[in-house]
Every structure is written in structure tokens, then in C-alpha cells.
Ligand binder design. Structure first.
Ligand code: FAD
Length: 275
């Protein structure tokens, strides 16, 4: 199928993009990389009167350091992160995750903000931002608001974004000297969405210990008790019973096979981070 006819707008600034969104009263669609929106248009699951292309907005294409956080523009692509185009992102957890997303052709166009806005439960950035305790910078008609990553996604393909808002950037912590990161996803073929996934982030400099699981029915979930115990006692304290109990609490609707898959993803992720 082909997309229904739509108008195309390419604003030059963030303010112009926000004005265009407001003008169309919730009926316009933003487009960043077009890797998820394109298929939705072609299948006519989305039929917006106008598509607003934000992929070139300068405000969404920079990476800067702000105190203990890195501000990563929402229109930075997966491939740019993978290739270390932005010096500040070299060696960060984002650079480790990016090469495992989809295929190179998709990574060339797909963006951090587009993936977060689409909010596929099995997507890599959706889990990464929760694992890192990142915050989303949301721009709207009244200015900018910050939203913690774990409160942003409300369910599968459902977020806290309003119709007149867009994701301008993601703020991730600058790793301390002893920070450790792990990321593991099960997928049938390289470059596919995860069937089970886990992200773990330990930074003694800030007292941070986070373990999050993804590819659930909705938003990623944290395993706080397990994270605290591992941070205090090390990898040897990975307790099968505690892991099974915490997973059961966040996976009520999943069968035994999926719980096992997630349990293994958590164990491998922690071994990667701390082994
Ligand atoms: C074959 C295939 C395999 C894939 N495999 C994976 C995978 O393994 N892991 C993974 O994580 N992803 C995967 N993806 C998804 C891919 O990462 C997409 O890039 C991503 O989902 C969408 O990013 P985009 O920039 O192309 O967004 P677009 O397609 O342009 O937009 C997606 C949605 O987000 C909205 N939007 C875009 N940018 C913003 C913004 N800044 N603020 C607010 N709303 C915005 C759009 O209006 C639209 O509703 C795959 C996609 C395909 C087609």
C-alpha cells in the first residue's frame, strides 16, 4: 500500500516546529528518521494531513555536557552514536547499545527521540534510558519540562507526551571513573527487536545501582532489590530465588518460557557489567 496524500513541512527551528504542531491541533505527525512512521503511513495506520520533518532541527542535533549530565539531541541518529560522531558519546553506554539496533540502513536514519516517542516495548533506547536513570527534555508551547525516563512510557506505544509537545533531548549521566554498564538482549536474528532484554548501571561515584528489564508487555521495569544487593555484595550475590521473585512481580502476564529468558538476560547482563 502507499500512504494517503499529506502535506510536508520542514521547519527551520524548534519554535517553528512547535508552532506547526499547534496550528494543526493534534492532527499533524512529527517525522524524525521515518523508520517507524514510514511503514505506519504506508499501511495507512496513520493518515495525518501534514507531516512535520524535524530531522534537521539544529536544536535537536547537538550533544553537550551540562554538569554531571550529557544532553543528547533527540534527532541524533543511532548510526551517529554507533560511529562516535559526537566525541562526548564515545565509550558511553549509548555507543555500546547502538550497533545492536536493527540494521545499518535503519540506524542511518532512525533517531533516539523517534524511538522513544514510538515507544515499542521491545525497543533498545526505551530500556536504555530507564536503565541509566535518564531524563527526557520535552519542549512544548509553555517551554521545556523534564520527565524521568521511568515515568515517561505509560504502556505499549503510549507515553506522557502531549499532542503539542516533542522530545527535544535526552539527559544521561556522565559515567564516573568506576561506573559499570551491561546490556543484553535476546533476539532471533541480529538486528531484530528483543524478546527479552536487560540493562544494568552501577556507579559508585553517585551511589547508583539500577537493573531494568525490557521487552515486557508495556514499559521497562526496574528490579530495585536485586540491584541494591548486587551493588553491595557483588555478582556472587546473584540469588536465583530473589531474581525469580522480582521478575515474577513485573511479569505477571508472561509464561514460564519468557520468565526464564528474562532471567538469563539479567544474569548475562550483570556478568557483562560486573564480571
Ligand atoms: C525492520 C526494523 C527493525 C527494527 N529493529 C529495531 C531494534 O532492534 N531495536 C530498536 O530499538 N528499534 C528497532 N527498530 C525501530 C527503529 O529504531 C526506528 O528508528 C525507531 O523506532 C523510530 O525512530 P525514527 O527516528 O525513525 O522515528 P519516526 O519513524 O520518524 O517517528 C516515530 C514516531 O515518533 C514520533 N516522533 C519522532 N521524533 C519525535 C520527537 N523528537 N518528539 C516527539 N515525537 C517524535 C513520530 O511522530 C512517530 O509517531 C526497527 C525498525 C525497523 C523498520
Amino acid at each position: 500500500m502507499k500512504a494517503a496524500a499529506f502535506d510536508y513541512a520542514r521547519p527551520g527551528t524548534l519554535q517553528e516546529a512547535l508552532s506547526a504542531l499547534r496550528e494543526h491541533d493534534g492532527r499533524a505527525k512529527l517525522m524524525a528518521g521515518g523508520q517507524s512512521l514510514g511503514p505506519m503511513l504506508n499501511l495507512r495506520l496513520a493518515r495525518p494531513p501534514v507531516v512535520i520533518d524535524i530531522s534537521g532541527l539544529p536544536e535537536l542535533r547537538t550533544v553537550t555536557r551540562q554538569g554531571g549530565m550529557l544532553r543528547v539531541g533527540a534527532a541524533v541518529t543511532h548510526a551517529e552514536i554507533e560511529d562516535g560522531v559526537y566525541e562526548l558519546l564515545r565509550g558511553t553506554p549509548l555507543q555500546q547499545v547502538a550497533p545492536g539496533i536493527a540494521y545499518r540502513a535503519i540506524r542511518n536514519r532512525g533517531t533516539l527521540g523517534g524511538s522513544l516517542a514510538h515507544a515499542d516495548p521491545a525497543a533498545d533506547w526505551v530500556l536504555t534510558v530507564v536503565g541509566l536513570g535518564a531524563a527526557l527534555e520535552i519542549a512544548g508551547p509553555d517551554g521545556v519540562r523534564m520527565l524521568p525516563a521511568e515515568g515517561y512510557m505509560q504502556g505499549a506505544y503510549t507515553t506522557g507526551l502531549r499532542d503539542d509537545e516533542l522530545i527535544a533531548a535526552v539527559h544521561i549521566p556522565v559515567p564516573g571513573p568506576q561506573a559499570r554498564w551491561g546490556y543484553y538482549k535476546f533476539c532471533r536474528k541480529t538486528g531484530e527487536f528483543a524478546e527479552a532484554s536487560c540493562a544494568a548501571w552501577f556507579d559508585p561515584a553517585t551511589g547508583t545501582a539500577r537493573v531494568a528489564v525490557g521487552a515486557l508487555d508495556g514499559a521497562p521495569k526496574l528490579l530495585p532489590q536485586l540491584a541494591a544487593r548486587i551493588a553491595q555484595q557483588g555478582l556472587a550475590a546473584l540469588d536465583e530465588t530473589l531474581l525469580a521473585k522480582e521478575l515474577a512481580g513485573v511479569m505477571q502476564d508472561k509464561d514460564e518460557h519468557h520468565r526464564k529468558l528474562h532471567g538469563t538476560a539479567v544474569a548475562r547482563c550483570l556478568a557483562q557489567a560486573l564480571g
